[in-house]
Design a binder for this molecule. Sequence first.
Ligand code: A2P
Length: 325
Amino acid sequence: MKNLSLYNHDLLPTVGLGLWKTPKSDAAKTVHDAIKIGYRHLDSACDYGNEVEVGNGIKLALSKGLCKRDELWVTSKLWNTYHKKEHVRPALERTLKDLQIDRIDLYLIHFPIAQEFVPFDVRYPPEWLYETSGEDPKIKFANVSIQETWGAMEQLVRDGLVRNIGICNFGTSMLRDLLTYAEIHPSVLQVERHPYLAQPKLLKFCQSNDITLTGFSPLGAGSYLELGMAKPEDSVLDETLISEIAGSHGKTPAQIVLRWGIQQGTSVIPKSTRQERLRENLEVFDFVLSDIEMASMNKLDRNHRFNDPGVFAEKAFNTFCPIYE
Ligand code: A2P
């Protein structure tokens, strides 16, 4: 349960540390502290803008002997501006340099969205806008197929730079298409997942095709409050049902929600910069939710997605960019 066996028998630690929105100023310490507490799975990305600091945290932990490199699972993600085949390897090499490691365990296509290339010396990470100044800054899309990008990702595995490859934010139709041409099987699909966005059909599809699902934002609205993308009443942690189940197990609502995810065979990557929450989020292996509790939690599903480019890209970047419809 503490590890999930991928299609190729590589072991993915079930609970990972999400690093999206971890400020640069906290990232090295958070990563070091998390490894010290027992985290063995870090979920990083070029776009999070903190890979140098995450790398400093990894280096410190390894140099202190808190764990060995091969006991640590490091995931990173290819940003949208690097989808052309000639940009995939340089993007990965930049991530490796920043993280100060010579190989990563999992490299994911961050979004099924190809944006126009932005050179490293113009901006890194480039984020969403093509130009950040000017009268009407927008996202500039590029005509690159996922097949082209996937082929270049596969080459990274063949070259020994990456152990596993996968995708984020794909639905079943895109996965089905990917499986028609993939020479190297996608190990992991990472999507937003919590009791308000349970996506049972997507999970079933992944499980029947040997793709392990990782849920980001497993605690629900929390991450989106500070971004103005959720309201306090959207918090699944405040559900009476969750509090009752938490009370009966002597656990916190966050632990119940994480346990719901891992008990379905998914991996979860809660983010925190606070020591006590880092510990709390890892202490989810010493109790079991009953079938009745799982079934009642499944009924909370409202298909409520907080992280939707079809919504935020129009608001924040004045560009219509739906991907799930
Ligand atoms: P903080 O970093 O201050 O702890 P997710 O990874 O699901 O998006 O959740 C991250 C958000 O939830 C962050 O705002 C984080 O804040 C908060 N959070 C992390 N762990 C817990 C927890 N155990 N209980 C409540 N909130 C948490």
